[in-house]
Write a protein that binds this ligand. Structure first.
Ligand SMILES: [Zn+2]
Length: 324
C-alpha cells in the first residue's frame, strides 16, 4: 500500500503529461476517517467509518448494524433501485443513497475503500460531497502497488431519450459536459464542462449541494421520504427563488450538483472512463440506463492501464466538439 515506483513514474512520464487528470496507480486512504449525521431519506442517525482497503478491492459497504456485518460491493451489478437515490443490495442487505460518497471516491481518485455503516443510509452531511472530501483529504491518500485500469473509449456510445441524452466519446482525458433545463427562473438552462481531476473535483464540484422544489419536498415527506431533508442539507426552491438564507454557493450550483451525481453514477462501472461524457438533462435513472448500454456495447471500449496506453496518439474519433 505504499509505492512511489520512481522507475515506473519515469517511464510513464509521457502518459502522465498527456493526461493530467489521470492517475497511474490504484489509491486508497492513508488512514480511517469517521463521520456522523442523518440519512436524508431515513432521517436516522448513522455513523460512517471509511477505511483503507487492499488493491483490486473496489469500494465496498459493510453494514455493521446487522448480525453478520455483510459486505456489498458498490458496482453496477448490485444496483437494486435508482428511483429516488442509488440503492445497492445483495442477499437482502441494502445500502441506500450512496451517490455523493461514490462521487467523492471517484473525484479524489480512490479505488479501494471500505465504508462501515451502522444503518442503511450514509449521512447526507450538507447535501454535497464537501465534508467527505475534506475528511479524506485530511487523512491522506496513498498510491498502491498496482496499476489502475481504465475504460478507454474507442468509438462513440449514445443513449437517446425523448428529451434527454447521454453521449460518450473517445478522448485522451477524463472530461464531462452537462446541460440541465428547468422551467424555473433560478435554474433555467445551465451548462458546464470540465476536465475531471482531483483538483477540479474538489474546487468546482464537491461543494455543490443537492436541490429540490419545495412542493416536491413536502410531497416526499408526506409519503415518508426525505425525512432527514432540511435547509441544512439541500437547496430548496419555491416560486420566489432559493429559500435557503445563505443563497447559492455558485449561480450554477445546480448543474455542478448534477455533475457530482453523474460522477457517482458512472463510478459504479467499477473503473474510471478515459473519454468525454456529455449529459443532456440526464439524471440518476437515465445515467443508469446508459450504464446498461455501455456494457452492451463492448466493442466500443477496451480496458487498459495507462502504462500500456500511448496517450500521445489522438483518439480514433472525436465528434464531441459537434455537440458542445
Ligand atoms: Zn445528489
Amino acid at each position: 500500500m505504499k509505492a512511489n515506483h520512481p522507475n515506473n513514474r519515469r517511464n510513464n512520464q509521457k502518459s502522465v503529461a498527456s493526461c493530467q487528470s489521470c492517475t497511474i496507480y490504484q489509491r486508497t486512504l492513508a488512514k480511517s476517517v469517521r463521520l456522523s449525521g442523518v440519512g436524508v431519506h431515513s432521517g436516522k442517525s448513522v455513523n460512517l467509518t471509511i477505511k483503507p482497503a487492499p488493491i483490486n478491492f473496489g469500494i465496498n459497504f459493510r453494514r455493521v448494524d446487522l448480525p453478520t456485518a455483510p459486505l456489498v460491493k458498490a458496482t453496477f451489478s448490485r444496483i437494486v433501485d435508482t428511483s429516488l437515490a442509488t440503492v445497492i443490495g445483495e442477499g437482502g442487505c441494502i445500502v441506500s443513497t450512496i451517490e455523493h460518497l461514490m462521487a467523492c471516491f471517484s473525484g479524489l481518485g480512490i479505488d479501494n475503500a471500505i465504508c462501515e455503516l451502522d444503518n442503511y443510509e450514509p449521512p447526507i452531511m450538507d447535501g454535497s460531497a464537501g465534508e467527505f472530501t475534506r475528511h479524506i483529504q485530511a487523512a491522506g491518500i496513498v498510491d498502491q502497488d498496482a496499476p489502475r485500469m481504465y475504460f478507454v473509449i474507442k468509438s462513440p456510445i449514445e443513449l437517446l431519450g425523448e428529451d434527454k441524452s447521454v453521449h460518450l466519446y473517445p478522448a485522451r482525458e477524463r472530461k464531462i459536459t452537462c446541460t440541465i433545463k428547468f422551467n424555473h427562473p433560478v435554474i433555467d438552462e445551465q451548462k458546464l464542462s470540465l476536465v475531471l481531476s482531483e483538483e477540479s473535483f474538489v474546487k468546482e464540484i464537491s461543494h455543490a449541494r443537492t436541490f429540490g422544489f419545495l412542493q416536491e419536498v413536502e410531497y416526499m415527506q408526506f409519503f415518508g421520504l426525505a425525512q432527514g431533508g432540511s435547509l441544512d442539507n439541500s437547496v430548496v426552491i419555491d416560486e420566489n427563488g432559493v429559500v435557503n438564507e445563505g443563497g447559492l454557493r455558485w449561480p450554477d450550483e445546480f448543474v455542478r450538483h448534477k455533475i457530482l451525481d453523474a460522477i457517482g453514477d458512472f463510478s459504479l462501472l467499477g473503473m474510471p472512463i478515459l473519454g468525454h461524457i456529455i449529459l443532456y438533462k440526464s439524471g440518476h435513472n437515465f445515467n443508469h440506463e446508459f450504464l446498461k448500454t455501455f456494457f452492451d456495447r463492448k466493442s466500443a471500449w477496451e480496458t487498459s492501464s495507462l502504462d500500456t496506453l500511448d496517450l500521445s496518439e489522438p483518439p480514433e474519433t472525436d465528434q464531441a466538439s459537434e455537440l458542445v
